[in-house]
Design a protein around this ligand. Structure first.
Ligand code: TYD
Ligand code: MG
Length: 465
């Protein structure tokens, strides 16, 4: 066997070099290069190429692996239901065989609970192995029992050495077709000297599990903890190595949890699954619109309801703003669940094109329920909430709004306007302030009055009632 070499990988961008440097040559970050051992390349004796039969590349020994795409036999990806509808939805319609899914989230958010529930129920159909590096087998068994899960077919392994895990999985009878590794930060490879949890160990362990999944067709879930910065601890390359990255989000104190696809080779990204944590584990919330409204029956100053469309379904969410005279020379702008810079930009547009001054005010904006809204359709409701708080006057009752606000004060259309309006009508809203291009023909909705606006000033007038 050839000698193993050492390489250095940047924990920020994942670039690798053969020599240690203080600064990453790719992304410029300092002190981010850590060593890891590169496995010697195995000499592959692949199958004879089909390319030789075709013109062009024929007879070129260096192009031996090249194949005309039309000759590649296609196999439709086969999917298995996880038995949890919301999880299936986020995965793009079930778990693809042989895929590797990284589930990230803060400690205590419910990653282990979700995967244990899914695995125990899926184990009825196919052999499943739960590898725990954080909890003891007794803890896992205790939790499964408390949750009332069917555990007859579920097998577990308390092990952190990735080579041992793979050896056990390979020799198990029947061989597991599903595997959960909880968590990737606890795994380590014998090849490396670095401590478990270090960038090189996380990367190497994940690489081995990915290879195992692809070679055996086993579906693998990797659990990853999120660092303070919001990324999954370890190199960003982890996100590139796996087929799907799901983030589990939620506010501490709230029982609702949102599972979001951040990357998915087999489905839409930004698809949301909504769960509620209870004493029997995670329960699905099939109609999540209702839970993100604050529940107050009368309109409050500083509150605006919007219809967002994350993934493939519309969702009603409430945006709250608090605007208060600031004692600071540099007033605060705090956005929770929204992008901070966008809030600053919107306040500038509100000043310039709406004549509303907030320069001497602290502005806090929050999306109710701990959900994060990334799309620009939140612009208009954010400004309406800010204005409502500033004036201490609620918006007209049962009003929703959505729309992107441009730098010149124009209200721009957003995708799927019809669907959003329909959702608002379903939930009994009476009035919608929307971009003109999103407005349907007059009278399209019986009980929902649609107010089409083109400029910010028109929207502010409409909101004043
Ligand atoms: P867990 O799945 O261990 O989180 P993670 O693996 O993401 O770190 O979830 C632990 C939290 O969930 C813990 O704070 C208790 C809570 N919980 C419930 O409220 N009900 C339950 O039935 C279970 C199993 C956990
Ligand atoms: Mg856990």
């Amino acid at each position: 066997m050839a000698k193993a070499k050492t390489a250095y990988v940047c924990s920020d961008c994942g670039a690798s070099t053969t020599q240690w440097q203080g600064q990453c040559a790719d992304c410029g970050a300092w002190n981010t290069l850590t060593s890891f051992v590169v496995e010697p390349a195995s000499t592959s004796k692949g199958a004879a190429p089909a390319a030789a039969r075709h013109g062009g590349w024929a007879g070129r020994p260096d192009a031996a692996g090249i194949t005309a795409l039309r000759d590649v036999s296609q196999t439709a990806e086969s999917r298995t239901s996880t038995t949890i509808g919301e999880l299936d939805r986020v995965l793009g319609g079930g778990l693809v065989d042989g895929s590797v899914v990284l589930v990230g989230g803060d400690p205590g958010i419910g990653k282990s609970t979700l995967l244990l529930q899914a695995l125990a129920q899926m184990a009825a159909q196919r052999p499943a192995l739960y590898v725990t590096g954080e909890e003891s087998l007794a803890q896992v068994a205790g939790r499964a029992q408390r949750l009332g899960l069917p555990i007859d077919n579920l097998h577990a392994l308390a092990e952190t050495c990735v080579e041992k895990i793979l050896a056990q999985a390979a020799s198990a009878k029947p061989a597991p077709r599903l595997l959960v590794a909880d968590s990737i930060q606890t795994l380590w490879s014998e090849l490396l000297t670095a401590a478990p949890g270090s960038v090189s160990q996380v990367r190497e362990s994940a690489a081995r599990l990915v290879r195992f999944a692809k070679e055996t067709g086993t579906s693998v879930f990797l659990v990853g903890h999120v660092t303070k910065e919001g990324g999954i601890a370890g190199p960003r390359v982890l996100e590139h190595m796996v087929d799907a990255v799901l983030y589990f989000e939620g506010e501490s104190g709230s029982r609702f949890r949102v599972l979001r696809a951040f990357k998915n080779r087999f489905g839409a990204v930004n698809e949301l699954g909504v769960f509620a944590m209870g004493d029997k584990g995670l329960r699905e919330v099939p109609n999540p619109s209702a839970i993100f409204l604050s529940g107050s029956s009368t309109a409050q100053p500083g509150s605006a309801v919007m219809v967002t469309r994350e993934g493939t379904r519309p969702l009603m969410v409430e945006v709250q703003a608090l605007v208060d005279a600031s004692p600071l020379s540099n007033p605060r702008r705090v956005a929770l669940g929204l992008e901070q810079n966008r809030l600053a930009m919107l306040l500038a547009v509100l000043h310039r094109h709406g004549g509303v001054v907030t320069g001497d005010q602290d502005v806090f904006v929050n999306v109710v329920g701990g959900i994060r809204v990334q799309e620009t359709a939140a612009d208009l409701p954010v400004l309406l909430a800010v204005l409502s708080s500033l004036r201490d006057r609620p918006l007209p009752e049962k009003t929703i709004a959505f729309g992107e606000v441009g730098l010149s004060g124009e209200i721009r259309p957003v995708p799927n306007g019809e669907e959003r309006l329909k959702e608002a009508a379903t939930h009994g809203f009476r009035r919608a302030i929307v971009p003109r291009a999103n407005a349907p023909k007059k009278g399209a909705y019986k009980d929902l009055e649609v107010i089409a606006v083109e400029r910010l000033s028109e929207a502010l007038d409409a909101a004043a009632g």
